[in-house]
Design a protein around this ligand. Sequence first.
Ligand SMILES: O=C(O)C[C@H]1C=CC(=O)O1
Ligand SMILES: [Mn+2]
Length: 372
Amino acid sequence: MDATIVEVSSQILDIPTIRPHKMSVATMHNQCLVLVRIKTSDGIEGIGEATTIGGLNYGGESPESMKTNIDRYFAPLLIGQPATKLSAIRQRIDKAIKDNRFAKCAIETALYDAYAKRLGVPLNALFGGAIHDRISIAWTLASGDTQKDIDEAQQMLATRRHQIFKLKVGMRAPKDDLKHIRAIRQALSDDASIRIDVNQGWSETEATQQLRALADAGVELVEQPIHEKNLAGLQRLTALGIVPIMADESLKGPQDGFALASAHCANVFAIKIEQAGGLQHARDLIGIAQAADIALYGGTMLEGSIATIAAAHLFSTLNRLEWGTEMFGPLLLKDEILATPLDYSDYSLKIPQGPGLGITLDEDKIAFYTRK
Ligand SMILES: O=C(O)C[C@H]1C=CC(=O)O1
Ligand SMILES: [Mn+2]
């Protein structure tokens, strides 16, 4: 008989960051992870993670709302269901629960983890298997101070941890952002790739005025310069062809991907498993990008190790990830919550080989950081 789901639980972990992380939407001093555990009748536990940025600063789900919704609305839909019928469960949840993409992602991740553990295969096997055993990892410079960002980048280059840097801009005046970007570009060697993420901080006029100067300053990619809903504006900025434009906040699943791809509103899609509503929906979004000749980037919501590794498994199955990934979330946290830390080296992250996600929680640390 099929294993059934017998328990769904969630807990909020509050973990400090190594330094303040300053973005146009929020400054983070700590990260709140919602850890989901799903137990099945054959004694397997799958884990998933739902994590937002800055409470409600970035989107409609907060850690507290996700925990409440998982406990009150998701769990009853899951208890007693066959644990291996992932498509049927996805359909059941999507029918009963609107939106809540991050919570859906955590639940789906836990189900995939449990399923792959049961089969004794890594999670990526459920998406056709890994093509790459390592994926490239960018780092975000967001201390809020130009010299600190330069020192941080130089240390990352010296230790071969990262050579792709995403600068958070959009909170200062555009001319001050330019000074900041130029100073960092000039201080780093040519091996370093510099990209910027505006997090919707500019008007379309500001973005149009900035692009030429950004190109001249050596910026290789501009992420979500304008409001997520201004698709016509994104289309116009992309059509200028001055610097490649990447869509991030505009992409909340395959339908958005189709709208953006149809009108060619971006050169690159940032794929985030939580924003897409789970691994399968993220895979659907990837397919749309691939069909439309839009390049791919593996994005993060600054998640901890669980969601980071879930996304990494999916990304490892893609033949091409033209712009790499930024799956560095665990490195932004002051403490390790895994029994064996992830292998970040040589500008990349190694995909775990063990069954499921291939990671083991350090339960003492989990207990320590769980909100009481
Ligand atoms: O991309 C975002 O908007 C969110 C996030 C990802 C990396 C980072 O520093 O912030
Ligand atoms: Mn972004």
